[in-house]
Design a protein around this ligand. Sequence first.
Ligand SMILES: Nc1ncnc2c1ncn2[C@@H]1O[C@H](COP(=O)(O)OP(=O)(O)OP(=O)(O)O)[C@@H](O)[C@H]1O
Ligand SMILES: [Mg+2]
Length: 422
Amino acid sequence: MVEDLRLDSLEGVGPVTTRKLSDAGIHNVMDLIVRGPVDIAAITGMEKDTAEKIVNKARQHLVEGGLIAKDFVSATEIYKHRQSIGKISTGTNCLDTLFDGGIETQALTEVYGEFGCGKTQFAHTLSVMVQKPKEEGGLDGGVLYIDTENTFRPERIVTIAKCHDMDPEKVLDRIIVARAYNSAHQILILEEAGAIIEENNIKLIVADSAVGLFRAEYLGRGTLSVRQQKLNHFVHLLSRIAETYNCAALATNQVMASPDVFFGDPIRPVGGNVVAHTSTYRIYFKKSGKKRIARMVDSPHHPEEEVIFALGAAGVVDPEEVDKKTKKTTKKATTKKVKTPKIELTVETPEIATTEEPTVETPEVEATVEPTVETPEIATIEEPLVKEIESDDSESTEASEVEATVEPTVEIKSDDLEPTEE
Ligand SMILES: Nc1ncnc2c1ncn2[C@@H]1O[C@H](COP(=O)(O)OP(=O)(O)OP(=O)(O)O)[C@@H](O)[C@H]1O
Ligand SMILES: [Mg+2]
């Protein structure tokens, strides 16, 4: 099989072209498909026509070998082919339901969400799960982990592996980590990944985060088109590798609050349309207190639904598992809360207020009591960027309280209007 993929196995590709290609980082027939004729012409200096001919031959070669699909196929053939697509279980019932079994090979799955919502934990969990045998939801494959934010933690892998009764050392051995220092390096890693993927039977490629470095390096509107162009190259490469090498690609992405959105959720993934159009599946992770919500935002065949999951020692976990463990601690927490009714003192104060305007003052008192109960959760917010995002959740509940205080003023207005109508 490996010999079949050698560049010189292609008709018309002699030792000179082979050397030219391998000097440019193209080592086998798969690499030709992944890079495409435009790229190959640019990096080798050969004519575009020649590059196109070579790539077409490579495609024909792989089709004959049954490694990639033909150009024209019947829907039945596609259906049969899709049965062979591998799925990596997430290790949880809830997320497996959302993904209809797990994340797919030959596809790019994008997970976006605010900081601390569990994108990296999800990537770590899948890096362990993919190594499990097929009967247990894995693909018995290795991982290529492109770490752009220095957040890959082998300790987490060890803990997650132990939670799944796997040998942590073996699990660590099968994860190849590539630390990307800048966006050009991030692209280079992927361009040269072909040989590594083959040698290590890689079944999962993680890019955590896919967009971060591009975003940091290309600041301002003037650089936007260059940034999108480079990002486009990276994301397409990732997607083509996933298809050609039959592995799953997982890209994480942060979010930003879009100020021009008045209705619905103003949170948008960073990276604009480039990532959105290339990824096959898009999932939005959202914080909801200690739990997390995952929503399938875009998929060619999944319904748009939401599930609740949680984060724990085993990475992403079913929410029930956290409930079981935290029951004892929450009991303690509630007894602590009973001690706090010092706040009730503020409720008593309106007695003084009632002498002035009792109807207006009371709703305000209700409002002051409720936020004090919610504050412990909001207190976990640390970074200013997410304050904007978090405020969406918290404000939505607070907003309804504010509306309550507004209502009396509306009544007053209606009183004012009545005499004018008469
Ligand atoms: N060992 C652990 N046990 C339980 N929960 C953990 C553990 N380690 C991390 N977490 C949880 O994971 C959260 C961090 O999640 P993660 O790093 O995946 O966020 P992220 O979405 O990647 O954020 P960012 O955008 O900053 O990269 C922590 O806030 C914590 O709740
Ligand atoms: Mg992260």
